[in-house]
Design a protein around this ligand. Structure first.
Ligand code: MN
Length: 450
């Protein structure tokens, strides 16, 4: 299984997809419904007011659904699975044809159900997987970007100074005016996850996706540009970044649930469209759960890996929802020596450079529960001894309280693990002995609530 459709079919089989048959507008209405349900279920819109195509959203709005996509029975081996793919990328098969070539047509963005999500936003494509090559053709890069619609065949692309940015500069140095890109929408979640992975420059993210898909990813070459795309992608826009044509891009909400700054960003001219006949458009709600999972999961795994090197008894890691799935982490460890908590803090900052605050707790704390984490801070933490403050470091430009030009920020680590110098029973949480009778009674009372 390597395509979006098979995954949609499996979600439906397992009762993890809700179909919306009523007509819904791409302007706010679809976004509101996605926001309501994506944590519980994927959402499939059958009737979009402004387009003949269907929309799917919230595919991986929960870790469980992401595990389903990766054929994992539980979340236990999730980090191992994705880190393994990062370490062992494998070459996908290239095929001459694919479902994506069922329809070849001239670009017309008006046909597509492109959502406007939030009050002050413009219409944006948010689930786009972009492939591009270096001028010598040796490096193929795949990354996720947002696109603002400017016209029937014109978009603005946001390019943060990472790999695609580097390819743009390489093209300029080679005397090029444009950089060809292929924009895939409606691909298997593993392809998006790989494209959002922290792979080093030069590593082809399609190869990571292929390992995640157990060698089943098939690529095909585009019609108008010399680039590869998943052969069963729903929609592919072939185009070029016009390197010297900049426009104001934004506003769009980012992970932080605040509007990202408006910046000058390059224009993209579309050259052609390849798509499946009844293509399904994948919408991704900015700052929603699916966005956080695709952006944050690899970082969470990297934090886990980094902490594991210094504190092998690390139990669990979460980039928390309140921390935008990006800026805050909670880590539980089985503390063995005084200092383990602080070592975990330093390793966490090394594992995810955008991390701003990290709380380290003992293994008895449920890191999914913010009340428990706060309880650990209330009863196991002393500000003068257990806090690590690092000033003037580079963090995330997404944080409105940081310097959003340079990313300069202050990072704080909270070691909320129990002090080993005090008797353990001082920190013991009270509990009420339970028995079967009480459990049965509780069940009965709950049922009587209806
Ligand atoms: Mn890359």
């Amino acid at each position: 299984m390597s395509g979006l459709r098979e995954f949609i079919g499996r979600l439906e089989e397992k009762g993890k997809l809700v179909r919306v048959k009523d007509e819904v507008s791409v302007r706010f209405e679809a976004a509101a419904i996605i926001k309501e349900f994506e944590r519980e279920k994927a959402i499939y819109f059958e009737k979009i007011k402004e387009s003949n195509f269907h929309v799917v959203a919230g595919l991986c709005g929960s870790r469980e659904r992401l595990c389903m996509a990766l054929n994992l029975a539980s979340t236990d081996k999730l980090y191992e699975k994705i880190l393994e793919a990062l370490k062992n990328p494998t070459k996908p098969q290239i095929v001459s044809d694919g479902e994506v070539k069922e329809v070849l047509e001239k670009p017309n963005l008006e046909k597509f159900p492109i959502l406007t999500h939030y009050e002050k936003e413009k219409p944006y494509i948010t689930s786009a997987v972009v492939s591009a090559k270096s001028p010598d053709g040796k490096i193929e890069n795949v990354s996720v970007h947002r696109f603002q619609v400017l016209g029937r065949d014109k978009l603005a692309i946001r390019i943060v100074p990472r790999h695609l940015y580097r390819l743009c500069r390489m093209a300029e140095e080679a005397g090029e005016k444009t950089l060809k890109i292929a924009v895939s929408i409606g691909v298997h979640p593993a392809v998006i996850l790989a494209a959002a992975s922290p792979a080093p420059f030069g590593l082809n993210e399609y190869w990571i996706a292929n390992t995640l898909l157990n060698g089943k990813l098939k690529l095909t070459r585009c019609e108008k540009v010399d680039l590869n795309v998943p052969a069963d992608a729903e929609i592919v826009f072939e185009g070029e970044i016009v390197l010297d044509e900049l426009v104001e891009e934004g506003p769009l909400a980012d992970l932080t649930q605040t509007y990202d700054a408006v910046r000058l960003q390059p224009v993209v001219r579309l050259l052609g469209v390849m798509r499946r006949e009844n293509c399904v458009y994948h919408a991704l709600l900015p700052a929603g759960f699916e966005h956080r999972i695709f952006m944050g999961l690899f970082r969470e795994a990297k934090i886990w890996d980094s902490v594991r090197n210094v504190v092998p008894t690390v139990k669990a890691v979460r980039l928390t929802d309140g921390g935008c799935g990006w800026l805050h982490a909670v880590i539980s460890i089985k503390k063995q020596l005084e200092g383990d908590g602080k070592n975990a803090i330093l390793a966490a900052f090394a594992g995810h450079p955008s991390l701003k605050h990290v709380v380290v707790v003992d293994e008895d704390i449920d890191i999914e529960n913010p009340f428990e984490v706060e309880w650990a801070l209330a009863t196991r933490f002393q500000g003068d001894k257990d806090m690590v403050v690092v000033k003037g470091v580079r963090g995330s430009t997404l944080d409105p309280s940081a310097n959003q030009e340079t990313g300069e920020t202050t990072k704080v680590g909270f070691d909320a693990t129990k002090s080993l110098s005090k008797p353990a029973e001082k920190f013991e949480r009270v509990s009420i002995p339970e028995n079967e009778k009480v459990k049965g009674l509780v069940r009965k009372l709950r049922e009587s609530f209806g």
